[in-house]
Design a protein around this ligand. Sequence first.
Ligand SMILES: [Zn+2]
Length: 439
Amino acid sequence: MVMQLSDLFGRQIKEQEVPESLITNSACHSFSAFTRRGQNVICVRCGSQINKQETKLAIDHFYCANCLQMGRLTSSDNLITINEPNQFNYTGSCQWQGVLTNDQRNCAKQVIASIDKRIDRLLWAVTGAGKTEMLFPGLEHAFRQQLRVAVVSPRIDVILELAPRLRTAFPDVTSCLLYGKTTEKYSYTQLVIATVHQLLRFYHAFDVLIIDEVDVFPLAGNKQLHYAIQRAKKVTSSVIYLTATPDTTLKQQVKATKLAVSYLPRRFHGFPLATITNVKVGNWRARLTQRKLPPQLVTAIEQRIIKQQPFLLFVPHIADLKLVSEILKPRLNLPIITVHAKDPKRVDKVRQMRNKETLFLVTTTILERGVTFPLIDVLVLGADDDIFSAAALIQIAGRVGRNVKRPSGDVYFYLHKRTNAIKQAQREIKMMNKKAGFK
Ligand SMILES: [Zn+2]
């Protein structure tokens, strides 16, 4: 399809990719892809400093190695943009039929106020709080004012789960879904659902930018992606950060009152967060290398199989998946399904668990968030391993009790020593339950 003028609204596109007939349009602005800051050369698209030795093409001529995935930019390139004109005509309404809890409604009101005032806000909502639904009133409000909105996340899984829910709730809004292997062609839409990486192609486009699971890799501590966010939003705009586990940077901004915050400490069904039970099992790692598991863990697994109680068994590393499954297989006489981030059958295995075709999965932290199995227990082998941050442990515990039919459940950590991360996770769960009015 030929590029339209509207494809340049709020975007930054390499001049060579734009047809000549469009560039001559008076609405188009062009700017140099690179800029100088003292001795340094900076890529304007992604904000990275150019490594002049490694990316030299000719004398005083370089390319950016840090945003190559968006097409190579060199120091002789220009980027083309057209100021975001908000050419929308939204008259629809939200089709979601559910009812928000009082807590959700209060947060939703604060989100609307932030959008109106064009200020940023952190929505600190516990796991299972129903934060997507809580956004609906704010989204409807923004769409009706013909604002342009992006809902983004560092995680593709999160985006893929969000997109159908948003499109079902707002069937009348124009939207496009953008991520690495996307098949949808870009077109100018009022709602953009995307991975954070995709924001590198936008320039002062969004009046409202919502970032879900803001604290996870690859966004956490990634300067390039934070630059992309700052550049993709309009100068006057509202950024809404969503997470159950804000990182230190966000918490500090809240503390310094630089960032407004809404807490949602209560789950949508009104029951408290499941708390963690620590089970000390001695040196589990040494045992594992002898091809043995802590007997307490084996018992817990066998009990759940007898009761047909679904569960996830988390292990620290990909290499542990094979070990654990080889130990369990002869003992349980069952097929053991394992899953990790790069597992090509990951989506299918998650589906099997969701459809109750398997009682349990053995998994790495990849299933810590973004995926919901309503009625499960969680067992963590080696919860004291360095790989498990406090945030990861809170998210893992947060997989339990997601459904009103079984609003609680067991979270068992099998460990040698209680680490600071475990202590912090327990403290935060306790604090959120207290904030929600539970003892
Ligand atoms: Zn770059």
